[in-house]
Design a protein around this ligand. Structure first.
Ligand code: DP6
Length: 344
């Protein structure tokens, strides 16, 4: 973070990606979720963002560079974000904004880059605003930044804090909110404080159907009501499992959520699937291996074909050779990414 120089301001920030165990799938209003979701924030998959802003009277101009190259395709998203934030961050009315981002992880590899990217942009914009006018500070800075990130991409609101995060109202936690994520680290049994997330990159490349379209297809989905009920129930079950250190119950929710997410895609209108044959092959191998060795090991899927293998660090000794011998071979170019929960 640096001090202002006349009418130019700069801020450099970063934010990690996260992986949801209970999935956000379907929205209402301005990017509010139709159901609660729970994720853990990663530690190595990070977006770094630096923003430079020059004040002027002209309507705001936005430039965006990703890994050193201008990326026009991201501008409409940033313009929407600006519209949504202008009341919170008055400096966005005018001037010129240059945003430069880069990721520490490969693109389109099954790690949610919109989450880390929008979370780091929200942090940087907040930083610029308080340099210009320190009086704009929020009562609850953490909630405010999470809310701003959510307005860029829903899941990004869970990337603005470390560890376990709950986003969306649930009757079991009165502090829960649709507008921002809340940290639930104080409720978590130590069993879940060192979880590994090993990403099997089954297929690299952009998804054929984006998550934004997937969310839209939930609006008239024939199973919409059932899905909302299921996610609420799974939120309760997951919170219980996380509190009690019950890995079996955790794994049950994780796998049900992952497969339901893809089931919802396959039963949307139009229907689609993002899974690849190797995704299913990997899932079968993981379940068989777990049944044989009786170890805490589970998986989840994001909106794509890649598998997130989840296990406590203590199991690495047995899981790593399994990955090398039976799972790496199913991956695109044999690519596997090792990440884990971030605790700070
Ligand atoms: C399947 O947050 O990417 O990853 O709000 O439209 O930007 P927008 O969607 P996004 O959706 C993520 C969906 C998910 C599940 C999750 O992370 O909870």
């Amino acid at each position: 973070m640096t001090a202002p120089n006349f009418n130019n301001y700069i801020a450099a920030t970063s934010a990690p990606s996260n992986i949801a165990i209970v999935k956000y799938w379907g929205k209402k209003g301005i990017q509010e979720p139709v159901n609660p979701s729970i994720s853990f924030t990663l530690s190595k998959s990070i977006t770094k963002t630096s923003i430079s802003y020059s004040q002027s009277d002209r309507d705001l101009s936005i430039d965006f560079l990703f890994e050193g190259k201008s990326k026009e395709a991201f501008i409409p998203k940033l313009k929407t974000l600006r519209e949504r934030l202008i009341n919170h961050l008055p400096f966005l009315k005018s001037g010129s904004l240059k945003i430069e981002s880069s990721n520490t992880f490969p693109h389109s590899s099954g790690i949610a880059s919109s989450a880390s990217s929008m979370a780091s942009i929200a942090r940087a914009l907040y930083n610029i605003q308080i340099q210009i006018d320190p009086d704009v500070t929020a009562n609850d800075k953490q909630a405010f930044i999470s809310e701003m990130a959510r307005l860029g991409s829903g899941s990004a609101c869970r990337s603005t804090m470390p560890g376990w995060v709950l986003w969306g109202e649930t009757q079991v936690l009165s502090k829960s909110h649709n507008k921002y994520g809340i940290s639930i680290n104080t409720y978590i049994h130590p069993m879940f404080n060192d979880l590994q997330d090993t990403i099997l990159v089954i297929r690299k490349g952009a998804k054929s159907v984006s998550s934004s379209i997937g969310h839209q297809l939930m609006e008239n989905h024939p199973y919409r009501d059932g899905r909302i009920k299921q996610a609420n129930k799974n939120t309760e079950l997951l919170l219980e499992a996380l509190k009690n250190g019950d890995f079996e119950a955790f794994a049950k929710v994780s796998e049900e959520e992952a497969l339901s997410l893809h089931g919802l895609m396959m039963s949307s209108s139009p229907a689609y699937t993002l899974l690849a044959p190797e995704s299913l092959r990997a899932i079968k191998r993981i379940i068989k291996f777990r049944e044989h060795h009786h170890i805490p090991l589970t998986f989840t899927l994001d909106a794509g074909p890649n598998i997130h293998l989840i296990y406590p660090k203590s199991q690495s000794k047995i899981v790593l050779p399994f990955i090398e011998e039976h799972l790496r071979v199913l991956c695109d170019n044999e690519e596997v990414i090792f990440d884990e929960i971030s605790l700070q």
